[in-house]
Design a protein around this ligand. Structure first.
Ligand code: HEM
Ligand code: FPP
Length: 298
């Protein structure tokens, strides 16, 4: 007889929500709020979006873990998730995700407006239905198209403050969208074999390391060009421009190192890919902080 699974604790439920990923998603939400308000957006929308935003992104993460438990079981990085070990049953995880989905709408709508709440629901739906249930297992473009879900949080933050979506809001969306392939494929290069073993068509496992790195170079260049547009349009000042310049140079240096490695040896060395993966997160965080400060201090 199989031993009964251990009792779930609040920590197991927290794990289901992918808290570390959410920390950066919330930074882009809150960053967008400060940019939209050109300063402090007010305590009620700020706290409401932190709590409601955590709940909606958390719900998306729980649904994802329930749907993916068959593949998560067979990958080292994900094998100890509570949905895999059955510390939390599928039924309880789904109830938890449904409660988070419902509450997130109520909290965001009350703290800001219905548009922001609807956008957060659109983010959950896109991530769960379009990325997790459809694209993730069918095409190596999965995270390019699916990346749109991760780019929704700045739209939520912007809408929470202004009640609408302006051109700058869509710029923030595009920034996260074009950044995502560099962020994720750097990691995918490191765990290519795991994805290959479970049949998930992540780019390095399907088109190879060299072609993936070439795609990353293209997306990195697009990201860099994109960061310069709002400065050219006078949306941000010189402080932003200088910070973006430094962040972009550091990004391009890491991407170039990856390119040299793959051209020389047809494969990528771990420290170079790991350094880009880690830097990608600092890059996005610092860009959003700089944009918010530039606006607030202008
Ligand atoms: C479709 C788009 C994306 C995919 C497929 C993706 C995939 C991943 C994966 C597989 C990890 C490793 C997690 C782990 O070790 O358990 C990761 C880490 C991370 N991602 Fe993404 N990501 C995406 C978009 C984003 C976005 C939009 C953000 C935030 C703006 C983000 C923030 C993070 C952070 C902060 C980590 C580090 C987590 C840690 O250290 O445990 N990701 N991502
Ligand atoms: C507004 C709103 C709620 C937006 C949702 C945004 C969201 C939850 C983005 C998450 C991005 C992410 C961690 C993808 C990894 O999925 P994966 O299945 O490839 O990673 P895994 O193997 O670690 O599960």
């Amino acid at each position: 007889m199989n031993p009964a699974p251990a009792r779930a604790t609040w920590r197991d439920y927290l794990t289901l929500t992918k808290p570390k990923v959410i920390s950066l998603l919330l930074l882009t939400t809150v960053g967008a709020m400060f940019i939209a308000a050109s300063g402090f957006p007010g305590w009620v929308p700020l706290l409401g979006l932190l709590v409601g935003g955590y709940m909606s992104a958390g719900a998306a993460g729980v649904f994802n873990m329930v749907y993916d438990r068959d593949i998560d079981l067979r990958m080292k990085r994900t094998a100890s998730r509570p949905t895999v070990t059955s510390v939390i049953s599928t039924r309880d995880a789904l109830l938890f995700a449904a409660a988070l989905t419902f509450l997130s709408f109520v909290v965001i709508a009350l703290a800001s407006n219905v548009l922001a709440a609807l956008l957060s629901w659109a983010g959950i739906a896109f991530y769960v239905i379009v990325y997790t249930m459809w694209l993730k297992r069918t095409t190596w473009q999965n995270i390019v198209i699916g990346g749109a879900a991760g780019a929704v949080p700045p739209l939520v933050g912007w809408a929470a403050v202004t009640g609408e979506l302006s051109l700058l809001a869509w710029f923030l969306f595009a920034l996260v969208f074009f950044w995502t392939p560099v962020h994720f494929w750097a990691l995918a290069l490191l765990i290519k074999d795991d994805y290959q073993a479970v049949g998930v068509p992540m780019a390095p496992a399907v088109i190879g390391e060299r072609a993936t790195v070439l795609q990353m170079v293209m997306y990195a260049l697009l990201t860099v060009v994109l960061t310069l547009i709002p400065f050219a349009l006078h949306e941000f000042g010189v402080a932003y421009f200088l910070a973006a310049l430094v962040l972009n140079v550091l990004l391009l240096l890491r991407v170039a190192k990856l390119l040299v490695a793959v051209r020389r040896a047809e494969r990528v060395d771990r420290p170079t890919a790991l350094s880009l993966y880690k830097y990608s997160m600092s890059y996005l965080a610092l860009l959003f902080v700089t944009m918010a400060l530039d606006r607030a201090l202008a």
